[in-house]
Write a protein that binds this ligand. Structure first.
Ligand SMILES: [Zn+2]
Length: 240
């Protein structure tokens, strides 16, 4: 495996930082790295996934973390460029997901709630809406706590739809739950479009299909009146 310590010493030298460095690979569930300055020492922990990028990427990672830590102007050089293009590449995205799937904590999902059964509701939606018929059905479940601020979300890494338990109640109309589920299934269908630094989830096509839902107006009205915010969704993939 590439030498993380050496990459950090090289980057520190470029930035004019002199301190002992302890850099360690960690088997993390995804691509993450951090650098801290403690008792005169620089301590680095980085996901072993970065090793796939090679030395230039590691020096770029080190330059980016160290310049932030020591409030230096980040160098604009070939290492930083290598690091940025590594982060933007599709292979890196797939690697991040694979690490998350393999090592991440698994949710235990239950589709059958007290009032509503998300599996049944999904079958009904799939039979009624042609736009959902090619979708590989995601795993479905209610959130464990009803206090969730998110009404629902689609986790693309795990191919899972989670709906807040607060909606599993007799005071919530069927069409509201069905609409939120429909919205999340559409996310599963469209996927998350990844741009260099921004993620677009509600595209024009998405919104057009969302309005196909038979009780779209009624459900939107109910969500507005009850104060549910539609600030849903998808967890950030990579922190750039
Ligand atoms: Zn959404």
């Amino acid at each position: 495996m590439a030498d993380l310590q050496e990459a950090f010493y090289s980057a520190a030298a470029m930035l004019g930082i002199e301190a002992p460095i302890e850099a360690e690979w960690k088997k993390l569930a995804g691509l993450r790295a951090k650098a801290e300055y403690r008792q005169g020492k620089i301590i680095v922990k980085a996901s072993d996934g970065y090793a796939a990028g090679g030395r230039d990427v590691l020096v770029g990672l080190a330059l980016s973390l160290l310049s932030r830590l020591f409030r230096k102007n980040p160098a604009q050089n070939a290492y930083i460029e290598a690091y940025k293009s590594f982060l933007r590449s599709r292979e890196t995205n797939l690697l991040h997901r694979a690490l998350k799937n393999e090592r991440g904590r698994k949710r235990r999902l239950t589709a059958k709630g007290r009032f509503y059964d998300l599996a049944e509701m999904t079958s009904k939606l799939v039979s009624e809406y042609a736009i959902l018929q090619t979708l590989p059905i995601p795993k479905l479940g209610w959130s464990r706590k009803s206090a969730s601020r998110r009404i629902g979300f689609y986790d693309e890494d795990a191919h899972e739809v989670v709906i807040t338990k607060a909606l599993d109640s007799k005071s919530v109309p069927f069409y509201v739950v069905e609409y939120v589920l429909f919205h999340e299934l559409l996310h599963a269908k469209h996927g998350i479009i990844q741009h260099a630094t921004k993620r677009t989830v509600h595209t024009r096509d998405f919104k057009k299909e969302e309005r196909d839902y038979a009780f779209y107006r009624e459900a939107e009205k109910w969500l507005k009146q009850t104060g549910w915010k539609r600030t849903i969704e998808a967890l950030p993939l990579l922190q750039l």
